[in-house]
Design a protein. Structure first.
Ligand SMILES: [Zn+2]
Length: 79
């Protein structure tokens, strides 16, 4: 006779959530480590700031493209 083995269902354990903003907290999950890009600490909905949402650096590219803050360097600007 076969008996159901324990552990067939994923067991929820302590999981550390590591956010891209550097914040980390502990929750429960089936995996021990979770990587997220936005957490409750840095989410604009909670912070009210537009920050770290775009971790791929598209904001930086946008700035460079439109020259909002940094002047273009390295180009043949002077002739
Ligand atoms: Zn975060």
């Amino acid at each position: 006779m076969w008996s159901l083995k324990p552990g067939i269902h994923p067991t929820y354990q302590r999981a550390t959530v590591q956010c891209a903003c550097g914040n980390s907290f502990v929750t429960r999950s089936t995996v021990p480590l979770i990587h997220v890009e936005v957490c409750a600490k840095c989410h604009p909905y909670f912070t009210g700031k537009q920050k770290l949402v775009d971790t791929a650096g598209r904001v930086e590219r946008f700035r460079q493209k439109y020259g909002a803050s940094t002047p273009p360097l390295g180009d043949k600007a002077t002739g």
